[in-house]
Write a protein that binds this ligand. Sequence first.
Ligand code: AOS
Ligand code: ZN
Ligand code: ZN
Length: 389
Amino acid sequence: MEQISRALDTFQIEIPSWGFANTGTRFGKFQQAAAASTIEEKFADAAQVHALTGVTPTLALHVQWDLPQGVKDAGAIKALEAKYGIRAGSINPNLFQDQEYKFGSIANPDPAIRERATSHMIESAAIAAAVGSRDISLWIADGSNYPGTQSISRRIGWMEESLSALHAALVPGQRMLVEYKPFEPAFYHTDVADWGMALELARSAGPQARVLVDTGHHYQAQNIEQIVAWLLHLNALGGFHFNDRRFADDDLTLGSIDPYQLFRIFHEIHEQGAGGSADIAFMIDQSHNIKGKLEAMVQSVVTAQELYAKAALIDRPRLRELQDSSRTVEAEECFRDAFWQDVRPTLRDWRRTRGLPEDPLAALRESGYVERITAERRERNAKSISTYA
Ligand code: AOS
Ligand code: ZN
Ligand code: ZN
């Protein structure tokens, strides 16, 4: 109980504003009547998740969707923070939605487009400073679809220039997190395709840059925990976007396909004594197209806590001994023993002693919150359906 409590006391996870909105796949959206369509509704939903779980005090914001007027909207965000008791989390610039980004943003061959993308990132840093949030999360969707049509090597230099300019604009204490993704939306080459590229770009930008690991953004058999171990070793791990996937990207809720994978990732974090480290920003990056959005978020937070707690239970001194004497089966069983433990009763105790509902999902159902927002938002969401058709 003590071991688990100690681990859970330091575990917090950020939730994304877009996880409450109507989002979907590339081929369509299944509208949910309860979806949030204003920034205030996103704050209200986040506050509900925080009230039920106690571990989601921050909400990741997306500049284009949540602060359409940029830094001018910072005051409105501050007011919502005060009203809902939720702080603004990472600030996410949008470098992929504008028509001008068809051939890239900060790696676009057109210097004027690169310049606009860079200014947008710098404005995102100003927004972060204005609302008091630490991290600017960068997902560079740039890439190309056909061999020979873009200069892979010159684009590296353009990205370096732009990311250095952003770094120069950071205030002390701020960080820029560089996310990588092997493919999509581009299908021949992606400019920041893996952790090596992200790490090099972060290093060349400066000491306040780190790498962001989105669990969905890896090839099928890739050993993500090994990447995590290396990034920790190099003091270059800025944070995570958690989700799960069967084939590509971030379509599924974390731990739904492979809970063992997330357990192994958390093990590497505990192994290097980085559990509870404020330097690792745990975030959820999921859009819920099938599950109810509030339910999916609460379920994800609870699953993350369970797997974090399980990984904290590994008998590390014993494991080390077994590893050092290469007792393979015993070491493996020692590792798996923690994974197979049912930590749910301990989690219930932990929540009770902190005045939280023992079963956040059941409490969500009993609260009537989803029914209430469904009734309140149904009409407006129904009207907006036509705009997506
Ligand atoms: C996209 O695939 C990435 O995972 C992004 O981190 C994220 O979904 C997006 O940036 C939200 O703005
Ligand atoms: Zn992501
Ligand atoms: Zn993604």
